[in-house]
Design a protein around this ligand. Structure first.
Ligand code: I3S
Length: 136
């Protein structure tokens, strides 16, 4: 496994809870399954953990392979981020405050916050991280 965090968490840019669902994996459409995750933004990845405890377990673990890992690791290099408008028939969701992250390998994940300000902060943070990467 690659090292996901520097020592001392220096590269955690933002973290907190969000609702999320995969909608496409390897380019294939999936059935939505909204759930809450503890989301951790680093320079390279959006790491999704079951909850904040699972993230703490990974940070405090000295184990490599077999140790606690994120449930999902979204590669931001070359990824796209889009705001999602709800309501119209073509929309991928009826939820508000949603954005979509699409990776080069055909993974698409919707993220949603109850609070519009939080959604905007997350959108901006992920957008900036993507654009700071070589393919961004
Ligand atoms: O695109 P869909 O199928 O309307 O998405 C909804 C479904 O995933 C639904 O689950 P079921 O397929 O078990 O009915 C979820 O409960 C809804 O939240 C999904 O719609 P939203 O608009 O929340 O993304």
């Amino acid at each position: 496994w690659p090292k996901l965090l520097d020592d001392g968490d220096m590269c955690v840019l933002k973290e907190g809870p969000m609702y999320r669902t995969k909608i496409t994996e390897n380019g294939k459409k999936l059935r939505k399954n909204w759930a809450s995750s503890h989301v951790v933004l680093t320079e390279l990845f959006l790491l999704l953990f079951r909850d904040v405890k699972a993230f703490a377990a990974m940070k405090s673990s000295n184990q490599g392979i077999g140790g606690p890992r994120p449930e999902l690791c979204v590669d931001l290099n070359g990824a796209l981020i889009d705001q999602v408008d709800r309501g119209d028939k073509a929309s991928v969701t009826s939820r508000k405050n949603v954005f979509l992250v699409s990776t080069v390998l055909g993974l698409q994940v919707l993220f949603q916050c109850d609070c519009s300000q939080q959604a905007e902060e997350w959108f901006n943070a992920v957008h900036t991280a993507i654009h700071n990467l070589p393919s961004g």
